[in-house]
Ligand binder design. Structure first.
Ligand code: 7RM
Length: 434
């Protein structure tokens, strides 16, 4: 326990120790402990869709091998680079690409803890200029905030040290990709859109700078050694541009070893969709929907566990969200179900608009019609709720579970510790009473 904010903490004798008591008297030179490769390295808790957190267990040898390899290859790390990943260290991205991967490569790492807009919205650009950062890795949700704050902030700084940009955490919309490329990368820097999960431990699908042709919105192709595929429910490979399920057909070094203390849940969550059978050793199911285009690039659609049954039709909420976001005035959308006596479920869409748009009943009608055109009348949201903000984790994941609770019972219960801005729940509830 690091004494930092002076808050009172409950500590368990024999298990918990003060950092300063252990470190102050210790030697600054220490032999690293030699460990067997399957020795547990860390357990990272990630919120499951039910709200019951899963303890993702990573081990030593495989995890370190793949984070070292991907840091070097995807970020093209060189001795004179200054590497800056803006992730929270508590997120898997912080573990793999602030701490372990760069340090295993002996990289020079810029570490910043704090918000991107304090004291002013140019904090990152100021850091990049002052420390001559050459590689910058952030999340699409952050890029969209930078866009909202305006080009004047990066324009105040010399960003010419940058040579490579990266994104992670969610599909990047082409508009944000172009802004990142033009305004931050000044048209000079390749962008690596990296797909991976807490469970995969390390990057799995990503361009390799200099070797791949990038395209806004796709993480492109699996890295060498990764056998990812987009398949139908029956396991056959999808045709070009046919939506399907993203699987990994062969183990990889940094895969999770289990859900801590719950092997059964591990099996059910990741290995039951495409189980072991004759001729197939069983595949890892990512939980993501995706399609592969005619060039072989993989486009992530979103989580498929968010499926809603409306009048007997199974609808993926990610698809409805993409349809909403494809409308000119929409910035972000999250679709959830509310129980409905007639239809089984009714669809409620939470929508944030672009700065230039105004929420009106006419626009809500237009959005419903837009979804009907894009997908079909069955997918038309029953209700559009305009909101200034969606409840998100710090890495930009929309917490749909909370929205579901708000539309069904009016209150959000359960674990909200990963929520970035607790005030957003209050505002969403207040909006409902108007
Ligand atoms: C690293 C991380 C994992 C989920 C994953 C996807 C989504 C992550 C991308 C992406 C599209 C990307 N770990 N996701 N990266 N979707 N393009 N480049 O985010 O465990 O917190 O989340 O995030 O749905 O399954 S995570």
């Amino acid at each position: 326990m690091l004494r930092r904010t002076q808050q009172a903490v409950k500590m368990k004798r024999g298990r918990d120790h003060w950092w300063h008591e252990l470190v102050d008297g210790a030697s600054s030179i220490n032999e690293p402990a030699q460990l067997p490769s399957e020795h547990p390295l860390f357990i990272l808790y990630t919120s499951g869709s039910t709200g019951k957190p899963k303890g993702i267990l990573h081990t030593t040898g495989g995890y370190l091998t793949q984070v070292a390899y991907t840091s070097r290859m995807v970020f093209d790390l060189r001795d004179d680079d200054v590497y800056f990943c803006t992730a929270d260290v508590g997120w898997i991205t912080g573990h793999s690409y602030i701490v372990y991967g760069p340090l295993l490569n002996g990289a020079t790492v810029m570490i910043y803890e704090g918000t991107p807009n304090h004291p002013q919205p140019d904090r990152f650009w100021d850091i990049i200029e002052r420390h001559a950062v050459s590689i910058f890795y952030t999340a699409p949700t952050a890029i969209r905030s930078f866009m909202k704050w305006g080009e004047a902030w990066p324009a105040k700084h010399d960003l010419s040290s940058l040579r490579l940009l990266g994104t992670v955490g969610e599909p990047i919309n082409p508009e944000a990709w172009m802004w990142y490329h033009d305004v931050i990368g000044q048209g000079r820097c390749p962008i690596v859109d990296t797909w991976w999960q807490t469970e995969t431990g390390a990057i799995m699908i990503s361009p390799l700078p200099g070797a791949s042709t990038t395209r806004p919105g796709t993480a492109t192709v699996p890295l060498p050694g990764v056998q990812a595929d987009v398949v139908r429910k029956d396991g056959t490979t999808c045709a070009a541009n046919e939506g399907g399920l993203l699987v990994v057909k062969h183990p990889w070094p940094s895969m999770l070893r289990t859900i801590y203390g719950n092997d059964e849940r591990y099996r059910a969550a990741y290995w039951s969709e495409f189980p072991k059978r004759r001729g197939s050793p069983g595949w890892y199911f990512t939980g993501d929907g995706a399609r592969r285009d005619e060039h072989g690039n993989i486009w992530i659609i979103g989580r498929v566990d968010d499926v809603v049954n409306v009048s007997g039709h199974r609808l993926g909420t990610a698809e409805i969200e993409s349809a909403l976001v494809s409308h000119l005035r929409v910035a972000e959308a999250a679709v959830v179900a509310r129980p409905d006596e007639v239809k089984g479920n009714a669809l409620v869409a939470f929508v944030t608009l672009k700065a230039s748009a105004t929420p009106t009943p006419a626009l809500a009608e237009e959005l419903r019609a837009h979804v009907a055109r894009e997908i079909g009348p069955i997918a038309k949201p029953d209700e559009i709720r305009f909101t200034e903000m969606l409840p998100k984790t710090r890495s930009g994941k929309i917490m749909r579970r909370l929205l579901r609770e708000i539309v069904t019972s009016g209150v959000a219960t359960g674990d909200v510790t990963t929520l970035e801005d607790a005030g957003v729940l209050e505002r969403l509830r207040a909006g409902e009473e108007e």
